[in-house]
Design a protein around this ligand. Sequence first.
Ligand code: ZN
Length: 112
Amino acid sequence: MHEYGVALEIVRMATEAAEGRPITKVTLAVGDLSGVFSESLIMYGDLLFHDAQPSRDVLIAVNRVKAAFRCSCGVTYSPPDIFDSCPQCRGVDRTIVDGNQCIIESIEVDDE
Ligand SMILES: [Zn+2]
C-alpha cells in the first residue's frame, strides 16, 4: 500500500517535469533502507503512468542503492546484511549515510 502513494508522487513529479512532453522512461533510485519494494513500485507506476498518458508506454527502471553506515569508530561500511554490525569494532552505534532514498534519478521524454 505504501508503494502506491510513492508511485503516485513519482508520477506527479515526472509529469510536472516533462512539461507536457510524453515521458518514455523514468529511472528511480531505491535504497535498501527505504522500505519500498521495487516490484510493487514498478507495478503501481505502470498503472498510474498508463492512466496519465495512455498513448505512450513508460519504461520504469530501478537502480538499487545499497545501505551504507558510518560507525562511531569512524569506519563507513556497506554490510551484506543491513543488521550486521561494524566490521572493525563490532559496534552498532551508527548513522545512515546512504540507502534510505526513494527518488527520481532521471526522466526521458520524447522531444519531437
Ligand atoms: Zn566501528
